[in-house]
Design a binder for this molecule. Structure first.
Ligand SMILES: Cc1ncc(COP(=O)(O)O)c(C=O)c1O
Length: 389
């Protein structure tokens, strides 16, 4: 546990190595038992200085395009499974160099790019496999921002159109419809996919399926046995088809915090706000996008009836965006300038989605291992300046 904040500069994202390694171990055991490949998706977790911890366990990793694919190849030492809503022609040759699997998002992209993959394979000694993302028309995700399977979704080919395709066109199929989902929801997704794309699966041409991300295997109470049973039985029905899952959040789930400090406390209209040295919009953007109120160490999330008295505080970011705040939390004591405020579970997606809006100081990135803090990266004025010209 990250208990001693004294040695940790503020602000910082801090990864707890013990929890991170525990997550990796859990995922690895799951992968072995279920006889599937679990590959980390970089979109939600890309702290590449820690990739050495993953290397012994992963056969690949999921990329959203050229830069993630290159990072996977260079720092994780494996090939990428690359899916993008649309590939660029000028980047495609490099994407092939870094990838073992490519997933297209539309029939038009398949038609344009599959000949290039075949040409690449014929020229080199390596087979890059290709497939297509399907929208199976089912998702348990209720928040529109995170539901990729709506009727009008731009992500994946509608299953009815996919079913009409020549099965000989494809080597693989991909779907992604989950987000922080349970094993039961994963099972429903697999069942629906099988019902709706069964002819393609049985065609004899498909060599792999990728069941996307959103399988939150490392969440406490996750029913691992249900997902293992679902995947093992799929493997038995289709022994010639390799199964990939590409979660992202699960690897870093609960494995780190955002450590911050109170810079000032202001009272306006009777509302008390502690202004922090971090920003929701720049450093915790998912809180505002989803929206959700994160847990804060040692404080309680106030319910709707909480008043403005007592020790109830709104927490405000240090940017000039009017909406850069969340609330309310009840603290066990009065907040003062210099006090620590620690946001829990603030690694997955948060660390990859930050901005330097307002030029606010970007949190350092560090780890706590065997009780000691080590800073991996500190940001300064030059990082801000280099993003613009
Ligand atoms: C195609 C794809 N794969 C994998 C993931 C990772 O999902 P998660 O972090 O919920 O496991 C996402 C998340 O948006 C995604 O869009």
């Amino acid at each position: 546990m990250i208990d001693d904040l004294g040695a940790i500069p503020s602000p910082s994202y801090v990864l707890d190595m013990e929890v991170f390694e525990g997550n990796i171990e859990k995922i690895y055991r799951f992968q072995k038992t279920a006889d599937v490949h679990i590959i980390p998706a970089l979109k939600g977790f890309a702290l590449w200085k820690l990739f050495a911890k993953l290397t012994p366990y992963v056969s690949g990793a999921a990329a959203s395009g050229l830069y993630e694919g290159r990072l996977i190849y260079e720092e994780l030492g494996v090939y990428a499974h690359t899916y993008s809503p649309a590939f660029r022609e000028d980047e495609f040759p490099s994407i092939l160099d870094f990838s073992s699997h490519i997933t297209f998002n539309s029939v038009a992209q398949c038609t344009s790019f599959i000949p290039l993959v075949k040409e690449y394979n014929a020229a080199g000694g390596r087979h890059v496999s290709w497939g297509m993302r399907v929208n199976p028309g089912y998702s348990p995700v209720k928040t529109a921002l995170y539901n990729p399977a709506s009727e009008e979704s731009r992500l994946g080919v509608d299953y009815r159109d996919a079913a009409a395709l020549d099965p000989g066109l494809l080597e693989g199929l991909h779907f992604h419809v989950l987000c922080e989902s349970s094993a039961e929801e994963s099972k429903t997704a697999v069942d629906v996919f099988e019902q709706r794309c069964g002819d393609l699966l049985k065609s004899g041409h498909i060599r792999w399926v990728n069941f996307g991300g959103g399988h939150l295997i490392t969440r406490e109470g996750y029913d691992i046995e249900t997902l293992i049973a679902c995947l093992s039985s799929f493997r038995k029905r289709y022994p010639g088809i390799a199964v990939y899952l590409e979660p992202s959040s699960a690897w870093a789930w609960n494995a780190g915090v955002l450590r911050s400090k109170v810079l000032d406390v202001v009272v306006s209209g009777g509302k008390r706000t502690a202004i922090l040295d971090v920003s929701f919009t720049a450093h915790m953007p998912d809180c505002l996008e989803m929206p959700y109120q994160p847990r804060v160490k040692g404080a309680e999330i106030a319910d709707e009836t909480a008043g403005t008295d007592g020790l109830c505080y709104r927490l405000g970011g240090c940017s000039c965006l009017a909406g850069d705040f969340m609330g309310d939390w009840v603290f066990p004591r009065e907040l003062k300038t210099g006090d620590d405020v620690v946001f829990l579970d603030m690694l997955h997606y948060t660390t990859v989605k930050t901005t330097m809006f307002n030029g606010v100081r970007h949190p350092s990135i560090g780890i706590v291992e065997n009780g000691a803090f080590r800073e991996l990266r500190r940001f300064d004025y030059h990082d801000y300046k280099q993003r613009m010209s």
